[in-house]
Ligand binder design. Structure first.
Ligand code: UDP
Length: 449
């Protein structure tokens, strides 16, 4: 085998924007530390991101077919089918193709793409898990066996009683209904739970898990986690909290969609802290017409300017005459340059679905949050935003008055919430050299080598 200058690391994200972005950021960090990162994504993702990654970033992109019909929607279940049935053989082909060219040092696999753990092990390549979300949600998933044993959930993940759940001492109470797989009807919930059981079983033997979370009391939390597990796996993985990851030069945040930059000019015309930014991320199914309308009316009633990210097909479902009535005060775009928007001084608060990337971007930008969680890990993230960090407020209901009231409470905050988010921002983006996240990534690399 020919030796290569830079040891090669393959990265396999789950194919959605909120997963590809942090994986690319990790690729960028690994490239800076002397590795050759190779991102492997299905063709439909590759088409969107590869042209937006500059060659000087040193990140190589390779695509594999997902075997689905071009026109078939890529939702949780079709993607799961493709990952389990169609993609493994193609990843194996890519790993083998490097055999004569320096080989692969390690494959970093998003835990939601656990199919790639199986393939990498089969090819005899070491695997590191990647959790693109908060440590607390990773902890929640790894606690599934304990929850079943304790009778909190059935063996199909269905809550056995109502109420609150506390997984760790000094951690917030979570509502049992907020468990991340409880999305959709009973059959969908069970299927999602089986997906997590499969993930758990495949990640049991991992040596490393890299988490895109900032290390706040994290080490303590991991120690407690180990103590609290009745019968821990023999060698629990080393957990490295490396967040918040960010992009380095030459690798701007590659969006799947074209960013509408006109909203930045529009923001320039507004006073500091006057605008509400509204976005529900990339993945959440639209709220449904009724909630969309209540949200629209609540924003109208707030009498404040707002910038709202809504896909084209949903823009048609606003109340009749809505956009005309609010021309000038409400700006609607299909996709925004979110990080630049959040950093803009005109933004006063962020009405969010509490996706983990969006949450960290808001913290990095020092913006308070108005929370409207919809699915998955967003309810847990919301609990931390509202009850632990106290940097946001949850909208208390779905009616337009609830939205109006929520907007008022964040925009008219006396400054305490804002001070807390600025303090959290300072802790999270401490100087690079001294940051615990950087040390954590270095520790992973040392162990890997
Ligand atoms: N995003 C963006 N422009 C938009 C809306 C979202 O660039 O108009 C980005 C956002 O900055 C974040 C990602 O899309 O990095 C969404 O990830 P998140 O984890 O918040 O939510 P998800 O889409 O996974 O539900």
């Amino acid at each position: 085998m020919k030796p290569i200058e830079r040891p090669r690391i393959l990265l396999v994200p789950y194919p959605a924007q909120g997963h590809v972005t942090p994986m690319l950021q990790l690729a960028s960090a690994l490239q800076l530390r002397g590795f050759e990162p190779v991102m492997v994504t299905p063709e439909y993702v590759h088409r969107q991101i590869a042209p937006r990654i500059e060659p000087k970033s040193g990140i190589i992109c390779r695509s594999i077919p997902d075997g689905l019909d071009e026109k078939e929607p890529r939702d949780f279940f079709t993607i799961e089918f493709a990952m389990e049935n169609n993609m493994p053989v193609h990843l194996e082909r890519i790993i083998c193709s490097f055999d004569e060219d320096g080989g692969v040092l390690c494959v970093v696999v998003d835990l939601l793409a656990s199919w790639a753990i199986k393939v990498s092990k089969h090819c005899g390549v070491p695997v590191a898990g990647f959790w693109p979300a908060m440590l607390a949600t990773y902890r929640l998933i790894t606690a599934i066996p304990e929850m079943i044993r304790a009778g909190v959930i059935s063996e199909f993940g269905i809550p056995q009683h109502q109420g609150k759940l506390c997984l760790l001492p000094n951690e917030p109470m979570l509502s049992i209904e907020d468990l991340p797989w409880l999305v959709g009807n009973l059959a969908a919930r069970k299927s999602r739970f089986i997906f997590w059981l499969r993930t758990l079983s495949r990640s049991r033997t991992l040596r490393w898990v890299i988490v895109n979370s900032f290390p706040e009391n994290g080490d303590e939390m991991i120690k407690q986690q180990r103590k609290s597990v009745e019968s821990p796996p023999e060698n629990p993985p080393h957990v490295f909290q490396v967040g918040p990851l960010s992009c380095h030069s030459g690798s701007k945040n590659p969006s799947f969609w074209e960013e509408d930059r006109s909203c930045l000019d529009w923001l320039n015309k507004h006073k500091a802290c006057s605008v509400i930014y509204v976005s529900f991320g990339s993945w959440v199914k639209p709220l449904g017409e009724e909630k969309l309308n209540e949200l629209a009316l609540g924003l109208e009633a707030s009498r404040r300017p707002f910038l709202w990210v809504v896909g084209p097909s949903w823009q048609e479902r606003f109340p009749i005459g809505y956009l005309g009535r609010l021309a000038g005060r409400g700006k609607v775009v299909s996709w925004a340059p979110q990080m630049e928007v959040l950093k803009h001084e005109a933004i006063g608060c962020y009405l969010t679905h509490c996706g983990w990337n969006s949450t960290m971007e808001a913290i990095q930008s020092g913006k308070c949050l108005l929370c409207y969680p919809v699915a998955g890990d967003q309810f847990v993230n919301c609990t931390y935003i509202v009850n632990v960090w106290k940097i946001g407020v949850k909208i208390d209901g779905f009616g337009w008055r609830d939205v109006e009231e929520g907007v008022r409470s964040v925009m008219e905050d006396e400054g305490e919430m804002h001070q807390r988010v600025m303090e959290l921002k300072a802790r999270v983006i401490a100087k690079e050299g001294s940051s615990r996240a950087v040390a954590s990534l270095t520790a992973f690399i040392d162990d890997l080598q």
